[in-house]
Design a protein around this ligand. Sequence first.
Ligand code: 5GP
Length: 126
Amino acid sequence: MPYAYDDQNIFARILRGEIPNDTVLETEHTLAFNDIQPQAPVHVLVIPRGPYVCYDHFAAEASEAEIVDFVRATAEICRMTGVGPGDGGDGYRVVANTGKNGVQDVPHFHLHILGGRLLGPMLPKT
Ligand code: 5GP
């Protein structure tokens, strides 16, 4: 089944400037902003400007320019927020919740960059 993008999702509205955001970084193909309900001292959402639903959609269909821009933007955010080990930071976690089992709430591909504290186990025990 093809990916169906809902252009009324909240991140699409942020990209169109209909809803404000606390921007961390803007590039040609990427926008990063602070999560409205942060779960760690650093909690940045990184989104492509293009209409991709999830990680595998982006990975399969985005142009090389979009992918390179997005990946380099994540590196810049790690540097800017001080979490990257290459800049003396204590590390971070990147999360891409996807679909029903991944408990994705907003259907526009995004990475969570989380850091600034010890994050604990990757998943809660069930
Ligand atoms: P998901 O569960 O889809 O991976 O995560 C969606 C994230 O978007 C959540 O962490 C939530 O707090 C965040 N979020 C939802 N609405 C808004 C908003 O209007 N502005 C910002 N900055 N973050 C939002």
